[in-house]
Design a protein around this ligand. Structure first.
Ligand SMILES: [Mn+2]
Length: 310
């Protein structure tokens, strides 16, 4: 039985989306542990990392807002994902805003000596730096940091230098990309699949990118920003998306990722329970986590479990 460590990281300092701080508790209230256990995973809940409230902090450098606290939280988070992965466990991180991906992935990467591919599902690039960001919000920078670009203090979280090689990233779902991000993507020849690609080529090239990455690396991390999913299916995303992936598209991508059997950790971020409708986004988050790990959990599997004859 695979043991997965649940780690709550209720950080809301990386962006302006207030409400993501109650996401880990809301998912626990929706029985995330029991539901994941019903798929065959065994859960060890580490609880939440303590975050200093915004009103007790100064934003500091306007190009790297709340950097000190965000780095402190990510160092702690990295230690936890590191220890879980080092022990052969899966690490499931419940954000919080997307800036928690920095520590989550850094810890796993260090535990695996850098032999880690990253599948990044997001409507945004999250590849700005302190020099290119228009907002100074770190939840739009950490993916550049993980690849070694931008402010040193972010790049060097949990050990010096890049944690993910540029060739070992697959970015899927891009819809709102900034100019600087598009430049970095093309200069570095990153493997990307945007919503435009989906509309012109259908899903198959994205599945190929996943398969190709899985054949190059021993281990995978999946970072799911719920805003890559259409607001019809994920109304509780921090930044609701009208041109996002449909349920069948994200479910198919998740199933393909799960079929690699290489996923060592997942972070699910930018869930804002205040905006959720009928707990749709919470339920979908739980289903997708299970699917990334190669398990199945859905309305249908529940129905079968409840309606077994004798
Ligand atoms: Mn994001």
């Amino acid at each position: 039985m695979s043991i997965t460590t649940l780690i709550g990281a209720p950080l809301d300092l990386g962006g302006a989306s207030l409400g993501v701080d109650i996401a880990p508790q809301t998912l626990r209230d929706h029985h995330i542990a029991e539901k994941l256990e019903s798929t065959g995973l065994s859960i060890q809940d580490n609880g939440d990392i303590a975050i200093t409230p915004r009103d007790q902090l100064q934003p500091g450098n306007p190009h790297l807002k709340y950097a000190d606290e965000i780095i402190r939280v990510n160092e702690q988070l990295a230690q936890q994902t590191h220890d879980a992965v080092k022990a052969g466990q899966l690490a499931t991180v419940l954000g919080g805003d997307h800036a928690v991906c920095l520590g989550a992935v850094a810890g796993a990467s260090v535990a695996l000596n850098g032999e880690l591919g990253l599948i990044y599902l997001d409507a945004h690039g999250d590849m700005n730096t302190d020099k290119t960001s228009l907002t100074g919000n770190i939840h739009g920078m950490h993916l550049a940091s993980l690849m070694g670009f931008g402010a040193r203090e972010l790049v060097d979280v949990f050990g010096k230098g890049a944690k993910i090689q540029t060739g070992n990233l697959v970015h899927i779902g891009g819809a709102d990309l900034d100019e600087a991000e598009k430049q970095l993507m093309s200069q570095q020849n990153l493997h990307t699949f945007t919503m435009f690609d989906l509309l012109t080529s259908n899903l198959s090239p994205a599945l190929q990118l996943i398969d190709d990455l899985a054949s190059r690396v021993k281990h995978l991390w999946v970072s799911l920003d719920l805003d890559c999913i259409d607001e019809v299916y994920a109304p509780g995303a921090g930044m609701p998306n009208k041109k996002g992936l449909t349920y069948r598209e994200i479910a198919t991508i998740a199933e393909r990722i799960g079929s690699t059997n290489k996923v060592v950790g997942v972070d699910v971020v930018e869930y804002n329970p205040h905006q959720d409708v009928d707990s749709k986004t919470a339920e979908l988050s739980i289903e997708l986590i299970a699917t990334f790990y190669g398990k199945s959990y859905s309305w249908y599997t529940n129905y079968l479990a409840k309606n077994q004859s004798a």
